[in-house]
Design a protein around this ligand. Structure first.
Ligand code: SF4
Length: 222
């Protein structure tokens, strides 16, 4: 560092929104939770429901983010996007939230290396199915980097996606170490169809629907 220049303690992150809601997904569904939505994504899933987070956003430092969470008084904090792992300060943010006694969840698309995150973070990692258009972007090494507290999510758009997800589930024996979530794409396949396929095949997965959308539809910040 050149003499006379002070190292900034925290670089700013780009944040689309910070809000309090009911956790809509994963085994934490139903719990009050603070959400930090980072800006930007390296993927373009055809059914993406948060494309408003691709651009824009506001620069915030970690202390500013912690201040914004304060009024929520939530034990659970989820960092989501966009793709949170695009921002180099996210591991540090997670570390500081853990130090402040929060349970930290991170939603990630599965294409970027998850091992940069502190071990205590609960990673909820997508495996992108063929009809997302992003299957080829998956970083399969990430499967070895998950811990038993992490969860794996397949967002399913059709019977073809379901059959592919079932093959991956068994080929990699995913259910032996992690909770595996099967979730229908919102308003694409009727949720009961996916539920019936899971029952017929007796799959060792957890069916989920996006609870926040049942409550509030596609309202941003929910
Ligand atoms: S990874 Fe998430 S935010 Fe990015 S395009 Fe896919 S659904 Fe949208």
């Amino acid at each position: 560092m050149p003499p006379g220049r002070r190292r900034k303690q925290h670089e700013a992150m780009i944040i689309t929104e910070i809000f309090k809601s009911i956790q809509g997904e994963s085994t934490y569904a139903g719990l009050p939770c603070s959400f930090i939505r980072t800006t930007g994504c390296n993927l373009r899933c055809v059914w993406c429901d948060t494309d408003y987070a691709f651009y824009g956003g506001k620069e915030m430092t970690i202390p500013e983010i912690l201040d914004a969470l304060q009024p929520h008084q939530c034990e659970f904090v989820e960092i989501t996007g966009g793709e949170p792992l695009l921002q180099s300060e996210v591991p540090q943010l997670a570390e500081e939230l853990i130090r402040a006694k929060h349970t930290v969840l991170i939603e990630t698309g599965g294409a970027l290396d998850v091992s940069v995150l502190p071990a205590d973070v609960v990673k909820i990692m997508d495996i992108k199915c063929p009809e997302s258009g992003m299957m080829q972007e998956m970083n399969w090494d990430n499967l070895k980097k998950l811990t038993p507290r992490d969860e794996i999510k397949f967002v399913i758009n059709s019977r073809n996606d379901y059959d592919w997800a079932m093959k991956i589930l068994y080929d990699h024996q995913l259910y032996r170490r992690n909770v595996v979530l099967f979730s229908p794409v919102y308003q694409t396949i009727p949720p009961h169809e996916l539920a019936e396929w899971i029952l017929q095949d007796n799959l060792p997965v957890r069916f989920q629907i996006q609870l926040h959308k049942v409550l509030w539809g596609e309202t941003p910040g929910r």
